[in-house]
Design a protein around this ligand. Structure first.
Ligand code: PLP
Length: 230
């Protein structure tokens, strides 16, 4: 069944063109190196393979089972993608064990119980502390004012906290400017180098605010097919 995951050359070319365009847009805004994480959640495994072929070396996923199923499907087809996997979605502690050894950067650490489980299953793991920038229930992230304490708790657990992550509020991209600036100020204060902010809709605002990492899904790999029952 390897034909199902082998990347389609046309799709690969499309993603490569969008990636080049995104890199140009970023370069017009900053001299900083901004890492682009291609978020392939909601897309089949062949899209992850195509994104890698197109030059994406950082891939992001939001659902534990989906990430594991994709890797399994690719492995069965003899494809091992030498990419860094970023976990960017809400994470239940009971999924951590299966993800240990797979995830390179845990971007959505938003509570101490989760940090403790990651430290237990993947000692010394690289993590970002996620702040809730939108104040919306169910989106994940810890209240920004609790960020410093959570960063300290992660460090005490031996985790390698490299930065902060945040999702901007829904609506026009301008609404993300102030929350992103707040996250960047806090990262400065805590001397954390990585600021993972910006998605397809507000990537420019994020880069202007000081992003070192953007997480781009639909603008790179196309709109997500509707999510069926889990
Ligand atoms: C889905 C998702 C993204 C990518 O979203 P797009 O709008 O498709 O770019 C980025 N970050 C997180 C946390 C996500 O869940």
């Amino acid at each position: 069944m390897s034909h199902r995951v082998a990347p389609d050359p046309e799709l690969t070319a499309t993603i490569a063109a969008r990636l080049a365009q995104l890199r140009r847009r970023i370069a017009e805004l900053t001299d900083r190196d901004v890492r682009i994480v291609a978020v392939t959640k909601g897309h089949p495994a062949e899209v992850a393979a195509a994104a890698f072929e197109a030059g994406c070396v950082d891939l992001g996923e939001s659902y534990a089972q989906e990430l594991l199923a994709k890797r399994r499907e690719l492995a069965e087809a003899g494809i091992e993608l030498p990419v860094r996997w970023h976990f960017v979605g809400r994470l239940q502690s009971n999924k951590v064990r299966q993800l240990a050894g797979v995830v390179d950067l845990w971007q959505s650490v938003d509570r101490e119980s989760l940090a403790r489980e990651i430290a237990r299953r993947a000692p010394g793991a690289r993590v970002l502390v996620q702040l809730d920038l939108a104040g919306l229930p169910g989106r994940g992230g810890c209240p920004p004012e609790e960020g410093p304490a959570l960063v300290r708790a992660c460090r005490d657990l031996g985790l390698d906290v490299v930065g902060l992550m945040g999702v901007g509020p829904p609506g026009p991209p301008e609404l993300s400017r102030e929350p992103f600036a707040r996250l960047v100020r806090l990262a400065d204060e805590l001397e954390l180098p990585e600021r993972s902010i910006g998605m397809s809709g507000d990537v420019e605002v994020a880069v202007e605010a000081g992003a070192t990492m953007v997480r781009v899904g639909s603008a790179l790999v196309g709109p997500r097919p509707p999510r069926g029952p889990a």
